[in-house]
Ligand binder design. Structure first.
Ligand SMILES: [Zn+2]
Length: 263
């Protein structure tokens, strides 16, 4: 269920949380705080709190966690019961029961935060690919371009795959991204930078020919970098990030390597 709250769409609660909440909110216990119940076979019966009656027609079914009144037709699960009896909306009833059960309600803000960070990481990757490509085509990128041309890659191929060059300076990219308004913490999340000993963000790739790894939706999700010297490691790839899992992208990485090795 997606509920509206002040015009902002609220993400549905995770199913696992709702199951846990219901498991820890035994319907007989919850209802018993409001209604005197007596056992009747497998069920419990009492006077309905939602309409006036002298003979009990309000039934609680502990086996499936539900209730039903044969007098007024009100029924549902433990959340519905709390909504009706406490006159709360759905989320308020969930919070009410969560507090009673000692559970933390997952906050939508957390999910929103992750979605935003993920989007920022993708933007950073795109900017980074652009920057590396511009570098390759600049004076600074000469060693990288010479390396690729020596291996027979044409300008068209280089452009087509968006190949690039990461300058040997350890701050070229982080300075460029900072100028574009990105935070060092976001660059580190994207794994295009790491936290140096001084605490400052440092370019992760330097002096390498760069291969952007692009997913089926056209997002730049990661980079592979091949060093031009005998330095180790020969290949450096993006570690797992919010937008990239190495194990899912082996094909792309292998492709980049093969392309470079064969050409
Ligand atoms: Zn009733």
């Amino acid at each position: 269920m997606t509920e509206e709250n002040g015009g902002i769409a609220i993400m549905p609660l995770p199913e696992a949380f709702l199951q846990e909440l219901k498991m820890r909110s035994d319907i007989s216990d919850v209802v018993s705080s409001y209604v005197g119940l007596r056992r009747s076979g497998r069920n419990l019966v009492g006077l309905c709190p939602f309409h006036n009656e002298k003979t009990p027609s309000f039934n609680v079914y502990p086996e499936n966690g539900s209730f039903y009144c044969f007098g007024c037709g009100v029924g549902g699960d433990v959340i519905t019961f709390i909504r009706r009896i406490e006159n709360l909306d759905y989320m308020e009833a969930v919070r009410f029961l969560a507090q009673r059960a000692g559970l933390q309600v997952p906050e939508n803000r957390v999910d929103d935060g992750m979605a935003k960070l993920r989007a920022r990481v993708l933007e950073i990757n795109r900017e980074t690919a652009r920057f590396y490509h511009a570098m390759l085509m600049s004076e600074q990128g000469r060693p990288g371009l010479a390396y690729l041309q020596d291996r027979g890659l044409t300008q068209a191929t280089i452009r087509h795959f968006g190949l690039g060059y990461s300058p040997p300076s350890r701050y070229a990219l982080v300075d460029y991204l900072a100028q574009k308004g990105y935070q060092p913490s976001e660059m580190i999340q994207a794994n295009v930078a790491f936290k140096g000993r001084s605490g400052r963000a440092v370019d992760r790739f330097s002096g390498r020919v760069m291969y952007p790894i692009i997913d089926l939706r056209g997002n730049v999700i990661a980079f592979g970098g091949r060093v031009l010297t005998d330095a180790k490691p020969k290949y450096l790839n993006t570690s797992d990030t919010l937008v990239f899992r190495k194990s899912d992208a082996l094909f792309a990485l292998n492709f980049a390597k093969t392309k470079e090795a064969n050409s």
